[in-house]
Design a protein around this ligand. Structure first.
Ligand code: GAP
Length: 430
């Protein structure tokens, strides 16, 4: 958390006003990382599959959508208890011995609490103008099922993918960006025949687990957990969670659900439109990942503290050195361009020219302040893949050294070859 704040990944929302309701802002490096995660997901879905198309539906939808989805009624509530002494509220499933976890006070009986965020559309705040911010992105996909089917001339099975914001009035938002009230989801809804649903469910379970592994998450920190029948969401026939081993324990980062015909049949009923395909409702297999939550998992997994520092050639006075071993495709900065010393105009000029040449192609940073060792460590700490150093030899030989983040190995490369070399090296995902 401290690194995320200090180095511009994540800031508390409205920080100058003391923060706001567990919302967070993504800083300059955070937005790059999140964009890279979303891009990795989008290209996996859209480019690596022939039968998946994209969608970007509105966050605000007809309130009838939320009646049909079950989210205004039974489906979308958490059970809440309140401490009679300190009046803090908790989710029932967080209580261990029927006492307040904070002050040990007596708790009230559980009450149902709806998580939908209410808002008003238009100038009059009456019941007729009431609607809700979506709590999951997928409802926008279901109500567009026929639009997409017809305009894209599709046949089932096929999928619709979407990335977007979702909102939940969580009772106990916690653990930094793990559970927040505003977050982003990356969801795929796969429409298929009921009889093929179990096989497709297993296919996506493996695919989704591999996506995290291919992006560098350590195998031992990921697991699949079958959701017991008693804990299934109101729409789900079957569900498996992908869990990541966070420093605070194993927690869900993605849910894979067999939603049966719950959504299309309910939207048919409430809208009066026929959402059947060739006379019956398709089943839906859903993969639902959190962009913020997976960003948190990628950060945790990549974060390494090395006691005494990594340098073996010189004596390091450092107690701890931090390296962020993010996958190549995810790292916010790919290349740092560093003149060996700042007060040598020829070096600075050459380094700046290289930075300007590479900037349109790679996410680059130019840095000339501090010793070269310190600058390497600053880049390691945010996961920069390569540092390019321009030294006195560069002036004579028109070359530079490229330093690899993980091995710290350095090689000399001709400046004319650097773009092609970086393209090759950065084409590897992990
Ligand atoms: N459409 C299905 C659905 O929304 P979910 O299990 O409620 O299923 C899917 O949510 C994913 O969305 C979770 O695995 C998590 O990554 C993310 N998510 C849900 N609530 C969240 C919250 N309050 N803060 C951050 N991410 C959240």
């Amino acid at each position: 958390m401290s690194l995320a704040k200090r180095r511009g990944f994540v800031f508390p929302s409205s920080e100058i006003y003391g923060g706001f309701g567990s919302c967070y802002d993504f800083g300059p490096l955070g937005v790059e990382l999140k964009n890279n995660i979303k891009e990795a997901w989008w290209s996996e879905m859209i480019k690596n599959h022939n039968d998946i198309v994209g969608l970007d539906a509105a966050i605000l939808m007809s309130p009838k959508v939320w009646q049909a989805s079950g989210q205004l009624t039974a489906g979308f509530t958490d059970e809440l208890v309140e401490c009679k002494k300190c009046h803090r509220r908790f989710r029932l499933d967080e209580i261990q011995n029927s006492q307040c976890p904070d002050c040990g006070g007596e708790l009230t009986k559980p009450k149902k609490f709806n998580l939908m965020m209410k808002t008003f559309v238009g100038p009059v705040e009456d019941e007729a103008s009431e609607t809700y911010l979506r709590a999951e992105t997928c409802q926008g996909i279901y109500v567009n099922f026929k639009n997409v089917l017809q305009t894209m001339r599709l046949k089932i099975p096929f999928g619709i993918a979407q990335i977007g914001k979702a909102f939940r009035n969580e009772i106990t938002p916690k653990d930094f960006i793990y559970r927040t009230r505003e977050f982003e989801q990356m969801e795929l809804q796969w429409f298929c025949e009921p009889k093929s649903a179990p096989k497709i469910f297993d296919y996506w379970k493996k695919e989704r687990l591999n996506w995290y592994l291919n992006l560098g998450i350590k195998k031992e920190n990921l697991r699949l957990k079958e959701v017991p029948k008693s804990e299934l969401a109101h729409y789900a026939k079957k569900a498996v969670d992908i869990e990541y081993k966070f420093p605070f324990g194993w927690q869900e980062i993605e849910g894979i659900h067999n939603r049966g015909d719950w959504d299309l049949s309910n939207h048919s009923k409430y809208s009066g439109q026929d959402l059947k395909y060739e006379g019956s409702f398709p089943y839906i297999i859903e993969t639902s990942a959190g962009a913020d939550r997976s960003l948190f998992a990628f950060l945790c997994d990549a974060y390494q503290e090395v006691k005494g520092g990594r340098t073996e050639t010189t004596k390091s006075a450092k107690e701890v050195e931090v390296v962020l071993k993010l996958a190549r495709s995810l790292a916010p900065i790919k290349v740092a361009v560093l003149p060996l010393v700042k007060n040598e105009p020829k070096l600075v000029k050459k380094a700046k020219a290289i930075y300007e040449t590479l900037k349109p192609y790679f996410m680059c940073q130019y840095d000339e302040t501090g010793s070269i060792g310190r600058r390497y460590r600053r880049q390691d700490e945010v996961g920069t893949i390569f540092c390019l150093t321009i030294d006195f030899e560069s002036l004579e030989k028109d070359d530079l050294t490229i330093r690899y983040r993980d091995s710290m190995k350095q090689k000399r490369i001709k400046i004319k070859d650097i773009k092609e070399c970086l393209e090759k090296l950065l084409s590897k995902t992990a």
